[in-house]
Design a protein around this ligand. Sequence first.
Ligand SMILES: CCCC/C=C\CC(=O)SCCNC(=O)CCNC(=O)[C@H](O)C(C)(C)COP(=O)(O)OP(=O)(O)OC[C@H]1O[C@@H](n2cnc3c(N)ncnc32)[C@H](O)[C@@H]1OP(=O)(O)O
Length: 265
Amino acid sequence: MSSQNLVTVTPDKDNDEIAIVTMQRPPVNSLNLELLQALSKTLDELSTSDFRAMVLTSASPTVFSAGLDIMEMYKPDLKRAEQFWSTLQDVWLKLFESNLITAAAINGHAPAGGCLLAMSCEYRAMVSGKYSIGLNETALGIVAPRWFMDCMLNTISQREAEIALTTGKLFSVEEALKVGLIDETAKDKEDAINKCLGFIEKFESIPPLPRSMTKQKFRANGVQWLKANKQADIDEFVHFLKFPQVQQSLEMYIHMLKSKQNKSE
Ligand SMILES: CCCC/C=C\CC(=O)SCCNC(=O)CCNC(=O)[C@H](O)C(C)(C)COP(=O)(O)OP(=O)(O)OC[C@H]1O[C@@H](n2cnc3c(N)ncnc32)[C@H](O)[C@@H]1OP(=O)(O)O
């Protein structure tokens, strides 16, 4: 699939000022460099378009996004790893600080980087079912960067976030609702999108500029560190990938994912 098709933008059928942004990198929307580049380009285009709001969702029936593509971190080409991390930083900054009203229709699992994308939006509706969401990095033997943590702190309490991150917790849909990691549950993807549209409707009579400036002021503390330390953060990521223990943990995790699949065959 060409990178152009990895993300589609469709106007909502009843309101052409709302973009439905769909990630479609089968099977699980894992965020590789190309998907991140497509997201970054889409966010640039949306920021200068007539759209005033976006709903982020996925074309997969059971996965919103499986997070970062582990193959980008396992035995990586270091130049590509730098570009990969820098693009992830850009996607996060563009989405977290977007002028648009942003909502996530989470139609399946959203671990790690998938949770980051959802948390970067202003509102989250998640389809009920045996899905999970959270920052599970420690369970993989890796450490979430501090801007992932800052992003979670914009959503849930410091105490809940610290326990969740240190234990690598993946929340069930009910648990996520209870701690405020998601705002509402939905019966299916269509219902999740409708709930996002309901959230967007709240701003019907609010002028866009003061709205987005207010949002950005609330979010300024979270982005300040990354903006001041972009290159140091890239260097730390690349340095971290060079540790044999990190590569070993990733290798074990990849085997676990593959053997999980063999078992269910
Ligand atoms: C300093 C570093 C900081 C890093 C910060 C962030 C880190 C991350 O985001 S790391 C990624 C964390 N993600 C996960 O832990 C999720 C892993 N995946 C799953 O748990 C399941 O795949 C999921 C629940 C999302 C979906 O389950 P299923 O629908 O049952 O699918 P499969 O598990 O069978 O997967 C299908 C296929 O996709 C491959 N896969 C899954 N996730 C990833 C991934 N994140 N990266 C790359 N590839 C992934 C999986 O191995 C299967 O591949 P095949 O065997 O080749 O079909």
